[in-house]
Ligand binder design. Structure first.
Ligand SMILES: CC(C)(COP(=O)(O)OP(=O)(O)OC[C@H]1O[C@@H](n2cnc3c(N)ncnc32)[C@H](O)[C@@H]1OP(=O)(O)O)[C@@H](O)C(=O)NCCC(=O)NCCS
Length: 147
């Protein structure tokens, strides 16, 4: 893998937690321990964008979930999340994933626009899913569908 996107391993935990802390409110940001536990799992993989972004995915057989995606506020609207998402989807496909799922708050218009642009479509709604009482949309991307 060359360019600004590199695999996220245990050595990157400080960077991951620092990016997450800038992207989410204090109650929602993941600590070093959370990243440590996630990356402990053999079916979880992550990517870091050197300009300030991260994505973690978890694979289960031929399905994967986006666990988290974040870009530091100062670097937003530069295509970082888009690049991370596409690269992670590619990596998932190489691992045999056929369907990617994620949850996004109905209130998160930036992320919803990103996922729609990437081709995700709505397959469910989880009411009062988040701490702020917003609902979660469950979105799916079928990697076997013709582009
Ligand atoms: C959502 C988030 C990851 C987007 O990161 P980003 O690097 O700014 O996104 P990109 O520059 O790659 O944008 C890709 C597309 O997403 C959409 N988008 C991104 N930010 C947007 C915004 N603020 N408003 C509307 N659309 C937006 C656009 O369609 C955009 O394409 P365009 O720039 O060609 O119009 C970032 O805002 C973030 O970290 N937010 C806080 C954490 C979060 O909500 N994570 C997702 C949880 S599910």
């Amino acid at each position: 893998m060359t360019g600004p996107i590199v695999p996220a391993g245990k050595a990157e935990i400080d960077v991951l937690a620092a990016i997450h802390a800038t992207a989410f409110s204090a109650g929602d940001a993941w600590s070093r321990d959370v990243f440590d536990l996630q990356l402990e799992m053999p079916n979880v993989f992550g990517l870091i964008h050197r300009d300030g972004g991260l994505i973690l995915m978890r694979q289960a057989a031929d399905e994967a979930d986006v666990l988290t995606l974040a870009v530091v506020p100062a670097a937003r609207r530069g295509g970082i999340a888009n690049a991370l998402l596409l690269e992670a989807i590619d990596a998932a496909a190489r691992r045999g994933v056929r369907t990617v799922f994620l949850e996004v708050s109905t209130a998160n218009s930036a992320a919803r626009a990103l996922y729609t642009k990437t081709g995700f479509s709505r397959v469910g709604l989880r009411r009062l899913y988040y701490a702020d009482r917003s609902d979660a949309l469950v979105l799916r991307l079928d990697l076997t569908a013709p582009a």
